[in-house]
Design a protein around this ligand. Structure first.
Ligand SMILES: [Zn+2]
Length: 350
């Protein structure tokens, strides 16, 4: 049994299929609402119970649709795609072509379907200057079932870049054999004139490292690229949980978030919620789990490069003993912990 498990484990470490971090799966973190998006898009029915790590990797064809649809980033890219992406991002060219495997046109990187493309990777490539997405005849393609995944990638990419930048930086179209990429002068010499790499302030960087340690490298690389943009570049689209005035900083969402994108903070006598949009993947687990229904879903927001936090003031009471947040308007002046402590003290010294 253990031998079999070890063999499976060793096979899972291979490059051919995505890696699953089952602890990040939405269904592993809450049981109120079932997600199941990955199982819904898997063309081979390989995904059985991702919350328990149950995937039949023998069936997996490495299409990576699960990596593009999972709202919690529980699946990471295959080692092959990751290596290909790193090559493209390191080549110094300002324009890149990503195609599906069904197009006969030339491309810098080919994916199983364009629906397999993670929006963060598309955005990262677009920020180099220009991203061309080329595909074959989708209507006639046996993989057309994954087109909704591509629509979602495009929607998220448009939101991130904004309409003006999207129109300038991204093109999507059908291409056939012989219609490969054209190499422009800018492609050839672009690398020579690239801006110097400015680093964000040290403290900010350290905080980002700490907070992003669990988030996939693609997203981290995207945020770092944004930091190097010249000032006045305008805003970029992210998503963030929308806190209503019912929130009193109980901290459950902070503990459930797989990306540590939410932080409860006490400033003086006031409690605040800090959200980190660049870490939020929009999985929505916080809203599902909140016992006060104080999170009104995940909403699109726009932030400037370098901005990491969005701070919301909340209406919370403060524990008279330890200062923890308590529900406002209740008769209690102590938090649950301090109340329990006081009770056990009374039992010992009545
Ligand atoms: Zn207390």
């Amino acid at each position: 049994m253990i031998g079999k498990m070890l063999v499976k484990e060793a096979m899972n470490a291979g490059a051919a299929h995505p890696q699953l971090s089952s602890g990040r799966c939405i269904d592993a973190r809450q049981a109120k609402e079932k997600c199941g998006l990955c199982a819904g898009v898997c063309p081979k029915g390989a995904i059985i119970a991702p919350q328990n790590g149950r995937i039949d990797w023998d069936l997996c064809v490495g299409c990576e649709l699960c990596t593009s649809v999972c709202p919690a980033e529980a699946f990471s890219l295959t080692a092959d795609t990751r290596a290909a992406a790193q090559r493209l991002l390191g080549d110094g060219r300002s324009s890149h072509v990503v195609g599906c495997r069904m197009t006969q046109a030339g491309a810098d990187m080919k994916l199983w379907c364009l629906g397999s493309l993670r929006w963060e990777l598309a955005a990262r490539l677009a920020l180099e200057g220009r991203l061309e997405l080329v595909h074959g005849d989708c209507e006639a393609c046996e993989r057309r079932g994954s087109l909704p995944c591509f629509d979602k990638t495009i929607e998220r990419l448009r939101h991130f870049l904004g309409e003006e930048r999207y129109a300038r930086m991204v093109s999507v179209g059908r291409r056939e054999a012989g219609e490969g990429r054209e190499v422009t002068r800018r492609d050839l010499f672009g690398g020579l004139f690239r801006r110097g790499r400015e680093q964000p302030p040290k403290e900010q960087q350290a905080q980002q490292e700490k907070l992003s340690s669990e988030v996939e490298g693609v997203r981290l690389s995207l945020v770092r690229r944004m930091d190097r943009l010249p000032e006045g570049e305008g805003t970029f689209g992210f998503v963030s949980p929308s806190f209503t005035d019912k929130c009193w900083a109980c901290g459950i969402c902070e503990r459930i978030c797989p990306n540590r994108a939410i932080e409860m903070e006490k400033r003086g006598e006031e409690w605040t919620v800090a959200c980190y949009p660049s870490l939020c993947t929009g999985c929505g687990t916080c809203g599902v789990i909140c016992p006060e229904k104080a999170i009104d879903g995940v909403i699109p927001i726009r932030i400037e490069p370098g901005v990491r936090r969005v701070v919301v003031h909340v209406n919370a009471g403060v524990c008279a003993d330890c200062g923890a947040a308590i529900k406002p308007g209740s008769a209690d002046t102590l938090c649950i912990r301090c109340k329990a402590k006081a009770r056990s003290k009374r039992r010992i010294n009545p």
